[in-house]
Ligand binder design. Structure first.
Ligand SMILES: [Zn+2]
Length: 78
């Protein structure tokens, strides 16, 4: 079992199915992860756009809150 180095979620990954240099997306935080080693698998977060993300976050903040509220409402209905 491999864990995302960014959010630590468990990623169901077979070390025989990946190759060094392969790029994966974390299913939880959607970070781009590069396979830097196999046997055992070791992942590195690719964070080249980190500065841009910070700038975008200011504008997207309201949208993200709205989406979180919608998710909560759906949970309550169930
Ligand atoms: Zn993650």
């Amino acid at each position: 079992m491999v864990r995302c180095p960014k959010c630590a979620v468990e990623i169901d990954l077979d070390e025989d199915e990946v190759e060094e240099g392969e790029i994966l997306n974390c299913p939880e935080c959607e970070a781009e992860l590069e396979v830097v080693q196999t046997h055992p698998v070791h992942l590195n977060v690719i964070s080249e756009d980190e500065d841009e993300e910070e700038a975008e976050t200011e504008g997207d903040d309201g949208d993200m809150r709205d989406q979180a509220l919608e998710d909560e409402e759906e949970d309550l209905e169930e």
